[in-house]
Design a protein around this ligand. Structure first.
Ligand code: CU
Length: 282
């Protein structure tokens, strides 16, 4: 059965509208991409709230500038074409206009620069951390250490078979076996490095994306304000399984975090996975 072009167009328009409506609803608080998503993922940290605000501010600004330039072009085309204006003016200078088109763009740039630098410093200045997590990128998974708590584990993507056995079924290509757990409303310092090639640790809902470079320790921070699971992916091309080393941060309340921490400390000690635990046990 073939669809006529008209019907196909209507079908596409209808599914776009439905998709937008559903997509908008599905985005709420999920910390993961959703079908037909048009906007940024929902913010779960103050940094991301700032990024969303700045993005929207720039969008309005650039829309206004574009419409203004378009209006000027239309006026020129209509009013000053050879037919409508056979004898062109010989004006070459106009002081007021020249001053205005120098000063107004400067003011616009200042209006962009102020919130831009404020956001940059907000992202880069790590506040006093409540916990520190070191994320090491490997080809192709992540190792997480909590150096103060002697916890270390590796986080590997779940296969389709593994996911199918779970209830509810976690998202494809995003779910992992060992999730990184952090307490809600606490400042988490993330330090990144890599064991082989450059990776990048990124979670859209947190507004975090930081390269993990062999031989270097980069750091950034986040403070998740809502409990839930937040998904991200390695964001630096790092080899054949680059697309299969997702990142999951589960934000929980303090009691759940303490319980998880105790359990992980026992598991890490048993595996001797944390270097200093292994050394102490010998
Ligand atoms: Cu990678």
């Amino acid at each position: 059965m073939t669809m006529s072009m008209g019907r196909f167009g209507r079908h596409l328009l209808f599914s776009s509208i439905v998709g937008l409506a559903l997509g908008g609803a599905a985005v709420a608080g999920e910390g993961q991409p959703s079908p037909w998503e048009m906007k940024l993922q929902q913010a779960a940290t103050p940094v991301m709230e700032n990024i969303v605000w700045f993005h929207n501010f720039l969008l309005w600004l650039i829309t206004a500038i574009t419409l203004f330039v378009l209006a000027l072009l239309v006026i020129v085309v209509v009013k000053f074409n050879a037919k409508a204006n056979p004898v062109p003016s010989k004006t070459t200078h106009h002081t007021l206009i020249e001053v205005a088109w120098t000063i107004v763009p400067v003011l616009i740039l200042v209006a962009v620069a102020v919130p831009s630098f404020r956001l940059l410093f907000f992202q880069l200045d790590v506040p006093k951390p409540d916990i520190t997590i070191k994320a090491t990128g490997n080809q192709w998974n992540w190792t997480y250490s909590y150096p103060d708590d002697k916890i270390e584990f590796t986080s590997i993507m779940l296969s389709d078979d593994e996911r199918a056995k779970m209830n509810p079924v976690p998202p494809r290509l995003l779910a992992v076996d060992n999730e990184t757990v952090v307490p809600v409303n606490k400042v988490v310092r993330i330090q990144t490095t890599a064991a082989d090639v450059i990776h990048s640790w990124a979670i859209p809902s947190f507004g975090v994306k930081i390269d993990a470079i062999p031989g270097r320790l980069n750091e950034t921070w986040f403070r998740a304000t809502k409990e839930g699971r937040y998904y991200g992916q390695c964001s630096e091309l790092c080899g054949k399984d680059h697309a299969f080393m997702p990142i999951v941060v589960r934000v929980v309340n303090d009691q759940e975090y303490d319980a998880w921490k105790k359990q992980q400390q026992v598991a890490s000690a048993a595996r001797k996975s944390y270097a200093s635990v292994g050394a102490a046990a010998q």
